[in-house]
Write a protein that binds this ligand. Structure first.
Ligand code: ADP
Length: 455
């Protein structure tokens, strides 16, 4: 096992990785920007190194600064968390060249899956179902028009380098296409420095369902079942659960087996998530793969009992899956996660600033992952996620009851959070009955607004 690991991240995930290292007897090195001087990940790591000014581009995304810190601290490995450098193949390559183990898949695999259009083709080759769409990137709106006619409207334009729901546009007819093409291109170019687009058939009211995989460095792969992530705002997840009520044991088994074969074929290593959309007929289609730990990994941990971050560290240290996983992987009960974001609960505008009160719920089957604390400050520079509240019960109904109780005891003052939105969603009959798709939050908010303006 590693002696010392650097955590190239901040916030709750940095603390999550520090905790896993601690429990494995690994020394930890935090890196931080000037804005994060008083953060918990800095306080709880064995060592901490300031790597630059607040803006992520000048600190957490500054590869030479991160590598210098790793060399000064003399670490053997870097855990990238999620976001930031976690899916940056160049960074993984620099780690390799500097003789530092990158905790994740090899850069070649990250690069393949990072180019969404190439990832689609790789999945297709492994017989994983993909949506009809363009073969390769679209260079002009005219080319996009041709493909749209072939695929059939509605279609969705997506950024090849996509992430976080940016650079996507739904196109319902040919007249709208040129404008939407340019809008998606510009948004993608601004967000990723690469505006290249591809096209897929748009599925109306799909569910977002994803499978968790773990692969060791000896060719063994395991599927840790699925998560249901359809509750999204602006194409970003806000509530996740495991298992999905829509996935039958047979589908889970078959898809799990198919994905394991596919991961072996592409030489996958470490933790990864394969994302699918489910149509009204319950068919699943691949949309993308995330080659890192996922924000919503705790719901999988709850139902499988597997510590995903420790598994990542042990895999990267060369251990075999059969030593890491229980002899028989089984699902126990139901788990739900609410993402608590520092933002307006309806408009979703960011809300940074000084926290004046902070009470975290606890009790049986309640977990909170956060790096926030009373009197903490939320800097305006980073992702708005400040805490994850996870509940685990014997049934979905029990996990919901625990969540309602826990949300009512989660107190954050001084800034706005999405807690009130979660409380409202958990009272909604459709959500409670499991009747939802990726358009749920938008419809829910529109209905709430219509109701309040009628009153
Ligand atoms: P990103 O990497 O930006 O998160 P994804 O490809 O994972 O993009 O898609 C994010 C979300 O966008 C999905 O969960 C879904 O809500 C919506 N979406 C993406 N592709 C389609 C599609 N072909 N049809 C319908 N909705 C889609």
């Amino acid at each position: 096992m590693f002696r010392k690991v650097l955590i190239a991240n901040r916030g709750e995930i940095a603390l999550r990785v520090i905790n896993a290292c601690r429990e494995l007897g690994i020394r930890t090195v935090a890196i931080y920007s000037e804005a994060d001087r008083n953060s918990l990940h800095v306080r709880f790591a064995d060592e901490a190194i300031c790597i630059g000014p607040p803006r992520a581009a000048d600190s957490y995304l500054n590869v030479p600064a991160v590598i210098s810190a790793a060399e000064i601290a003399d670490v053997e490995a870097i855990h990238p968390g999620y976001g930031l450098l976690s899916e940056n193949a160049n960074f993984a390559e620099v780690c390799r060249a500097s003789n530092i183990k990158f905790i994740g898949p090899p850069p070649e695999v990250t690069r393949l899956m990072g180019e969404k259009e190439k990832a689609r083709q790789a999945m297709k080759k492994a017989k994983v179902p993909i949506l009809p769409g363009s073969d390769g990137v679209l260079t002009t709106a005219e080319e996009a028009l041709k493909w749209a006619e072939k695929v059939g409207y509605p279609v969705i334009l997506k950024a090849k380098a996509g992430g976080g729901g940016r650079g996507m546009r739904i196109v319902r007819n040919g007249e709208d296409l040129p404008n939407l093409f340019h809008a998606a291109f510009t948004e993608a170019a601004n967000a990723f420095g690469n505006g290249e687009l591809y096209m897929e058939k748009y599925i109306e009211q799909p569910r977002h369902i994803e499978f968790q995989v773990l692969a060791d460095e000896h060719g063994n792969v395991a599927s840790l079942f699925e998560r249901e992530c359809s509750i999204q705002r602006r194409h970003q997840k806000i509530i996740e659960e495991a298992p999905s009520m829509q996935v039958t044991p047979k589908m889970r088994e078959e898809l799990g087996r198919m994905l394991c074969r596919c991961m072996t074929e592409i030489g996958y290593q470490n933790a990864g998530t394969v994302e699918f959309l489910m149509n009204a007929d319950h068919d699943l289609y691949f949309i993308e793969m995330n080659t890192r730990i996922q924000v919503e990994h705790p719901v999988t941990e709850a139902i499988t009992g597997v510590d995903m971050v420790k598994a990542q560290l042990r895999i990267a240290a060369g251990e075999r899956l059969d030593a890491i996983l229980p002899a028989k992987l089984e699902m126990r009960g139901h788990a739900i996660e609410c993402r608590v974001n520092a933002e307006h609960p309806v408009k979703f505008t960011p809300s940074a600033g000084q926290i004046t009160a902070f009470n975290v719920p606890g009790g049986n089957g309640v977990r909170v992952d956060t790096a926030m604390y009373a009197e903490g400050v939320i800097p305006p520079y980073y992702d708005s996620l400040i805490a994850k509240l996870i509940t685990h019960g014997v049934s979905r109904a029990e996990a919901i009851a625990k969540m309602e109780r826990a949300l009512s005891q989660f107190i954050v003052r001084g800034i706005e959070t999405t807690i009130p939105l979660h409380e409202a969603i958990f009272q909604d009959a459709d959500f409670r009955a499991g009747r939802f798709d990726t358009g749920y939050v938008e419809r829910f908010l529109a209905a709430a607004e219509a109701e309040s303006s009628a009153a």
